[in-house]
Every structure is written in structure tokens, then in C-alpha cells.
Ligand binder design. Structure first.
Ligand SMILES: [Zn+2]
Length: 305
């Protein structure tokens, strides 16, 4: 089986705005191939915050191929392989959204998240962000270059193999409380074209955009352990952000595993297909003020991880 790490950079807050991809292949417990490509996103709108992270400008990608052309080269490996990514829901979300934006079929993908792996094998109060883990492990790389980030992600998985005595990366779930997650085949997002490229579908696209104005709302459908379906919704309360769950524990205002899963970015039991919201939630949590961390009434509040 092909094992490869992937990392995307995006132009703006949209998951279908990939502007760079990096990949690193693992064979025989070492990185054997590295690739990185620039991608022209569907619209050349770059958010300042995103530019600050990766330094890629519209002019850098204007003449580059678009997502389908870039990914065609790698799709067979990704489809049949085991994908590694650091905070995988984000990168897998970009992969799926990128395909769906061009009306392409979204195949099932199987992945392991190296953030989850790092939290188990290399825990540290300073956190397990890619840069921090790589620094602790002495992995030298240029953070926020997609190719370099994919390489660092692969090296973190390999360091975990060494540390745990697993046979290889695919064997990590046998030695850690960890599961390979397989996202079902899509399509899971409506086809979307940027303004000006809508053609005859313009009106439909307009209606579709209107329908997304409730986009700020974050709401997940979760499969419970007994097969029941629960809903976890983000609410703004006077004391800060709050995740409400419709399960019995949630209704009794106790923290529950469904909320915990969403806070951790664990999409194993996610039934709804809004992977991009998992990443949005992660960002909200990361930016939550430290004063919002602990609360008396055992309500699970969104808190800095
Ligand atoms: Zn619950």
C-alpha cells in the first residue's frame, strides 16, 4: 500500500481554495519522494491571514494549473493509499472540496492524523502543532511550505514508528489507540464556480450562495455508539462559545463524547459532511481567549486545547 503525507495551503477561508500542495511518500520506513506544486485556485482571492501563513501571492499562481490538473498526477496514490496529514480533517477537507468544486467525483480516502499520533506518542504541554513537534524531534524543515510541511508530517509518523516499535506507519493503529479513518466517497459539496464563471448556471449558483448565508452556523451530525444520531451545535453564550449536544448527557448539561470528538477534530463518527466546519471550529478554539477555559457548571465550553 502506498503511504504518503499530504499538506495543502489555501488562498482564503474556503476549503476549495487550495493554492499549494505538498506530498511526501514513505517506503521502507523512510521518505523516498517529495513533491510540491502551486495551484491556481478557482478565484484569485487571497486573504491576508492566509498570505501571512504561506507567503503565496495571486501573482505566484496566476499561470499555474488548476486543482484537477495538479492532483491528477497524485490521485491514484491518494485513492488507494494511506494518507497522513497533520490535523488531517483540514487537508482531507481541502482535497475533497477541491475535487467537488470542479464537479469531480470524490473517492473514499483513508487517513491517519499525525496530530493525533503526536498527542499520544510525543505529548507536551506546549502543544503538538506541526512546527512544535518537528522542533522537539529535531526535524529540520521550512514551516508552511506545503512540500516541507508534508515532509515533516511524514517524519513525525516515522518517529512515532520508531518510538512505539510499530512495524511501519500502517502498523501504528495496532500499537496505539488509533484508527484509520475512511471518509466515504462523495460528492459531498455542491458544485461551485466563482463569480463570472457561472455561465448558464448563474442563477442557480446565486441561489446556492444565498442558501449558504447561514454559513456561520456550525452544526454537526454525529453517530452515537448505539447508532443514534445526535446533533452538536455551536452557540454563542454570554460567557463565550458553547457546544450543545442533543444526546442525554448533553441535555443534562454534562460534557459528552460527541462534543469532545468535535473539539478534538475527531471525525470518526461524523455523519454530516461539513469537514470544513471541523477546521473552522478548530480555529475558533485556537483563538478563544484563555479566560474562557474553565467553568464551574461542568458545561463543556470551547477552550484552548
Ligand atoms: Zn452528546
Amino acid at each position: 500500500m502506498t503511504i504518503l503525507a499530504i499538506d495543502f495551503e489555501t488562498a482564503n477561508e474556503r476549503r476549495d481554495s487550495a493554492c499549494a500542495v505538498g506530498l511526501a511518500w514513505i517506503e521502507g520506513n523512510r521518505v523516498v519522494r517529495r513533491e510540491s506544486r502551486l495551484i491556481r485556485p478557482p478565484e484569485l482571492r487571497f486573504a491576508p491571514g492566509n498570505i501571512r501563513v504561506h507567503g503565496i501571492l495571486p501573482a505566484d499562481v496566476r499561470g499555474e494549473p488548476e486543482f484537477p490538473a495538479v492532483m491528477a498526477e497524485f490521485l491514484a496514490d491518494l485513492e488507494g493509499g494511506l494518507i497522513l496529514a497533520h490535523n488531517a480533517p483540514f487537508d482531507l477537507g481541502v482535497l475533497r472540496a477541491g475535487l467537488a468544486a470542479y464537479g469531480l467525483p470524490v473517492p473514499a480516502f483513508s487517513y491517519l492524523c499525525t496530530l493525533q499520533i503526536a498527542r499520544q506518542v510525543f505529548p507536551d504541554p506546549a502543544g503538538c502543532g506541526l512546527g512544535k513537534v518537528a522542533a522537539r524531534l529535531g526535524i529540520r524543515f521550512e514551516h508552511h511550505d506545503a512540500g516541507e510541511d508534508a515532509y515533516a508530517c511524514a517524519e513525525i509518523a516515522l518517529a512515532a514508528v520508531q518510538e512505539t516499535g510499530a512495524e511501519d506507519v500502517a502498523g501504528l493503529p495496532r500499537v496505539l489507540p488509533l484508527r484509520v479513518t475512511t471518509l466515504p466517497a462523495g460528492p459531498d459539496l455542491p458544485r461551485w464556480r466563482p463569480p463570472g464563471r457561472e455561465g448558464l448556471g448563474g442563477r442557480a449558483a446565486f441561489v446556492a450562495r444565498r442558501g449558504r448565508q447561514a454559513e456561520d452556523e456550525i452544526r454537526f451530525a454525529i453517530r452515537g455508539s448505539t447508532g443514534n444520531r445526535y446533533e452538536v451545535a455551536l452557540e454563542e453564550r454570554p460567557f463565550g462559545l458553547y457546544l450543545r449536544c442533543t444526546c442525554m448527557a448533553g441535555r443534562n448539561r454534562r460534557r459528552c463524547r460527541h462534543v469532545d470528538a468535535m473539539v478534538d477534530g475527531d471525525v470518526t463518527d461524523l455523519v454530516s459532511t461539513n469537514l470544513a466546519d471541523v477546521e473552522r471550529l478548530r480555529r475558533l478554539i485556537a483563538s478563544a481567549p484563555a479566560g474562557h477555559r474553565v467553568e464551574p457548571e461542568r458545561v463543556r465550553r470551547v477552550q484552548a486545547a
